[in-house]
Ligand binder design. Structure first.
Ligand SMILES: Cc1cc2nc3c(=O)[nH]c(=O)nc-3n(C[C@H](O)[C@H](O)[C@H](O)COP(=O)(O)OP(=O)(O)OC[C@H]3O[C@@H](n4cnc5c(N)ncnc54)[C@H](O)[C@@H]3O)c2cc1C
Length: 261
């Protein structure tokens, strides 16, 4: 495989408090600890395993603010070879369609791309659509929500997992895939890997350098936006039923009162 590109995204750590910015409801990235999305660690792991089996190199691609370089370094320390970071203030507030457009144009600057691996859904936006939109923009086959992936020559074979079941799917290269959390267990960066990552090349590009106009992206030009937000109600404590020989009856009465039965 000549070059496997992994789409990585830095997201707020699910363990820290996540907040939206007053006014435009975009994610307040500064208020939370930021991490490489766990699903993207798995995407990187899959790319590294393919590289170990078939040769070639692994390139990371991210669209994000300055701070996203921490996520890049983490993925480089796992073993990826190099990275492209699209960093431009005009990207702020871009929706999934615009993000995929930026990724599509950035991919055009990377040589020898045969396979693109993404996570199936980012932990913050949870749109679950960027890989599919990207495939549409590039006119490439897409295998999404894979729990298993194998490369046999120019053919990709995978198991796609959805609520309906498991589907055996295949596509010819070049192609785009997205993976779910069952695909593998990502490796931990070694000390050697962490040291080596400091010297690996990271190409930082503006929108102009990938041929995207500022008025094609960003909150003001997004096709969709958040218009209001209501926090979820805090979970109330459940009702405890003490069984004094009539537990079954009490549970049934509760379910009838809730109109569940
Ligand atoms: C509070 C909030 C509100 C939002 N509102 C909207 C909205 O109204 N409309 C809308 O369309 N979007 C909205 N988004 C999504 C936001 O704009 C996303 O960052 C962007 O649209 C991509 O969506 P996603 O990250 O959920 O992608 P997904 O499709 O869930 O991501 C799947 C995979 O695509 C790749 N990927 C995604 N983003 C990047 C990236 N920046 N760089 C590299 N790879 C990437 C990763 O591999 C990721 O695992 C909102 C997000 C938040 C947090």
């Amino acid at each position: 495989m000549t070059n496997v590109v992994v789409l990585i995204k830095q997201v707020p750590d699910t363990w820290s408090e996540r907040k939206l910015t007053e006014g435009d409801f975009t994610l307040d990235r500064e208020s939370a600890d930021a991490v490489l999305d766990e699903i993207n660690e798995r995407a990187v792991e899959e790319a590294l395993q393919i590289k170990e089996a078939t040769g070639g190199e692994v390139t990371l691609l991210t669209v994000g603010p300055q701070r996203a370089n921490e996520a890049i370094r983490k993925a480089l320390s796992m073993g990826a070879d190099k990275a492209v970071h699209v960093k431009d203030d005009a990207v702020h507030g871009s929706d999934a369609v615009q993000t995929a457009w930026i990724l599509a144009r950035a991919l055009g600057t990377i040589e020898g791309v045969e396979l693109v691996i993404a996570g199936n859904e980012a932990t913050d936006g949870r749109v679950g659509a960027v890989p599919a939109i990207l495939a549409e923009y590039l006119g490439l086959p897409q295998l999404t929500h894979l729990r298993k992936l194998t490369v046999e020559g120019d053919t990709l074979k995978g198991e796609r997992e959805t609520d309906e079941g498991i589907f055996e799917v295949e596509a010819s290269l070049p192609a785009i895939v997205s993976v779910n959390e069952k695909i593998n267990e990502p490796r931990f960066p070694s000390f050697k890997g962490i040291m080596a990552a400091k010297k690996k090349p990271v190409d930082v590009l503006t929108l102009a350098e990938i041929g995207v106009e500022a008025d094609e992206v960003g909150l003001a030009n997004a096709g969709s936006s958040v218009t209001s937000v209501t926090p979820k109600a805090a979970k109330a404590a459940g009702e405890k039923v003490t069984d004094e020989g009539d537990g079954g009856t009490k549970v049934a009465q509760y379910l009838i009162a809730q109109k569940i039965i």
